[in-house]
Write a protein of this length. Sequence first.
Length: 147
Amino acid sequence: MKKAFTMVELIFVIIVLGILAAVAVPRFGSTGTKAHIATARSDVASIRSSILSERQSQLIRGVNSFIPKLSDNDELLFTGDGNGRTLLTYGIVAGTSEGKWEKVEDKKYKFHLDNKAIEFDYNSTNGHFECDRDDSTTGELCKKIVD
């Protein structure tokens, strides 16, 4: 008696593996985007917290203003204004690839996600660091990051 698989058994196993792969691959594909969203949420929370912490430190010293700009460095972002007013101790490395921050201007930054660039603006009058939730292209991604 031979001990081997029949052709029907082999085809059945191949079909089951194909179904599992078809279900698993899309789930793993969205994992990268979810990880980038989680990173962005964490970064935004750290930036906002640092803005408030720096403001409180300055109030103790008698300075009644928010930091004028978030970074004076284009490669290491959110480190402060270079005049003794600091934010993140180690900063965030800039880049234009998926899941990276890019400095556009002194108060404008972009976060790259899903082949789009979500623009964040810093308002030095009130200390807000926000993206446009109503933007027709990136509004939904903005909401996923800041809400």
